[in-house]
Design a binder for this molecule. Structure first.
Ligand code: NAD
Length: 479
């Protein structure tokens, strides 16, 4: 993959931006520029919209089996090129190679899953009130869709939207994060090679996402927007979408509690805490942000978690034994530092880490803070970094109330051997994704999504394709 020759993909062509300008993509481990990418602007978005509208009808009416074949070929091709794609992802995002490989497998699974779902867009016949009528329910593609994605999962957040959009028969314009455009272009190339007709997919990004996206938000023919990113931008897009009544899916920020009860398998809880905290160096919307530990196991859990995180190796993710990569940029490091400083000022104790290393790269070490309280910044906001904030609790009712005391509602984790408690928490924790004795609940066949200010809609699973389908019915008389 020639990453230094990256171009926008618009209407089946690999192209420069109309304005002729470029921006740099930086490797966060080295702070070196690894590519110059055309800086897309409003005119480029216009081109993508026109190209999509020209093929919208033919794509919607293509047999589902044909659309499925393209997605299947793309999934196979992603797996065949996993090593190259993983390298590319590590270079632009920073996550260790092993995690990038895992993300490519996860990302390709959405193409495979939705290739199958494309063939199961079933209708329904409902009994009518009179003998000479029938009610026929049919589903049709919602139309041109816009997918806006973040940098923290540069491949999976794209396939999780593009997979169902294409399966449903919608053309789709992808606006990936300007921090990680290369994985997005690589996926476009894979779909092109898999036989996707020109115009059905465009991929463009730029340094001015507001004006770029505004063109599509103002366009009535764009009937659907699917966004993954920060809650602030998600709210703005929802307001913009109201003007033309677009269908909206939003996957926004989380603030995940990770609850360890005294009856839990403590080693399993620690092992899963490492995954839930450290995947993508904590830069994940489902990252464990607040670790609530019941008082009888507080010391033991804190010690074991500290030992596990101390054994991790920080560095450039391209090196084989590295398990902790850099954060995405200097702003991300500054946010983590602010959270840790605020916690320490209010009385939290550092058990590990807490000091950023010298040298190039946006590194911050695995860090453990004990004695955290709910009022500290770190327990109030998504930290998006490798800091385990440990809070003590006494009772089940208390921890449910404290865990729910946030506007976010994406993922929550809890560890217990009490079956009744597993069910009580499943019902009362106000979160869309629950890891009960599981620190890694995301998978293509499950309905990923949040409650409250974590967003609207579900991605993956058999529900995921519904976000790209309109339901119609025919009241058929004269029978
Ligand atoms: P972000 O909101 O800054 O950016 C997300 C995308 O929106 C990028 O493509 C960006 O270019 C674009 N964007 C920025 N400003 C825009 C504007 N004014 N109009 C239109 N588009 C605009 O978020 P980020 O920093 O890239 O990602 C981190 C956030 O994403 C975190 O809050 C994280 O929790 C969330 N996230 C959520 C999920 C989920 O599934 N719920 C998954 C991954 C990340």
């Amino acid at each position: 993959m020639e990453i230094d020759k990256a171009r926008l993909y618009i209407g089946g062509e690999w192209t420069e931006a109309v304005a002729g300008t470029y921006f740099d993509v930086v490797n966060p481990a080295t702070e070196q520029v690894i590519a110059r990418v055309p800086d897309a602007g409003p005119q480029d978005m216009r081109r993508a919209i026109d190209a999509a509208l020209a093929v919208q009808a033919s794509w919607a009416d293509a047999p589902a089996a044909e659309r499925a074949q393209i997605l299947l070929r793309a999934a196979q091709s992603m797996r065949a090129q996993s090593e190259d794609l993983a390298r590319l992802m590590t270079e632009e995002e920073g996550k260790p190679l092993s995690e990038s490989r895992g993300e490519i497998a996860y990302a390709s699974s959405f193409f495979e899953w939705f290739a199958e779902e494309a063939k199961r867009v079933y209708g329904e016949i409902i009994p009518a009130n009179s003998a000479n009528k029938r009610i026929l329910v049919i589903k049709r593609p919602v139309g041109l869709s816009l997918a806006i994605t973040p940098w923290n999962f540069p491949a999976a957040m794209i396939t999780r939207k593009v997979g169902p959009a294409l399966a449903a028969g919608c053309p789709v314009i992808v606006k990936p994060s300007e921090l990680t455009p290369l994985s997005a272009f690589a996926i476009a190339k894979i779909l092109e090679d898999a036989g996707l007709p020109p115009g059905v997919l465009s991929v463009l990004t730029g340094t001015q996402p507001g004006p770029l996206v505004q063109v599509a938000m103002d366009e009535f023919s764009v009937r659907k927007i699917s966004f993954t990113g920060s809650t602030a931008v998600g709210k703005r897009l929802m307001v913009q979408a109201a003007e033309t009544m677009k269908r909206v899916s939003l996957e926004l920020g989380g603030q995940a509690p990770f609850i360890v009860f005294a009856d839990a398998d403590l080693d399993a809880a620690v092992e899963n805490a490492v995954i839930a905290k450290m995947r993508s160096v904590g830069e994940s919307c489902v990252a464990a942000n607040r670790m609530y530990v019941q008082r009888p196991v507080l010391e033991a859990f804190s010690r074991k978690l500290t030992d596990a995180l101390a054994a991790m190796r920080m560095g450039d993710g391209l090196q084989n034994d590295v398990t902790v990569g850099p954060l995405i940029d200097g702003r991300a490091v500054a946010k983590v530092e602010r959270h840790v400083a605020d916690a320490q000022k209010q009385g939290a104790r550092l058990l590990l880490g807490g000091t950023r290393p010298q040298g190039p790269g946006y590194f911050y070490p695995p860090t453990v803070l004990a004695g955290v309280t709910d009022s500290m910044l770190i327990a109030q906001e998504e930290t998006f970094g490798p800091v385990a904030a440990i809070l003590a609790f006494d009772t089940e009712d208390e921890v449910i109330a404290r865990a729910n005391n946030t506007r976010a509602g994406l993922a929550a984790y809890y560890f217990t051997r009490d079956v009744g408690r597993v069910m009580r928490l499943a019902e009362h924790l106000e979160y869309g994704i629950l890891g009960a004795n599981d620190g890694l609940p995301s998978t293509a066949q499950a309905p990923f999504g949040g409650m409250k200010e974590s967003g609207l809609g579900r991605e993956g699973s058999h529900y995921g394709i519904d976000e790209y389908l309109d339901i119609k019915y025919v009241s058929l008389g004269g029978i």
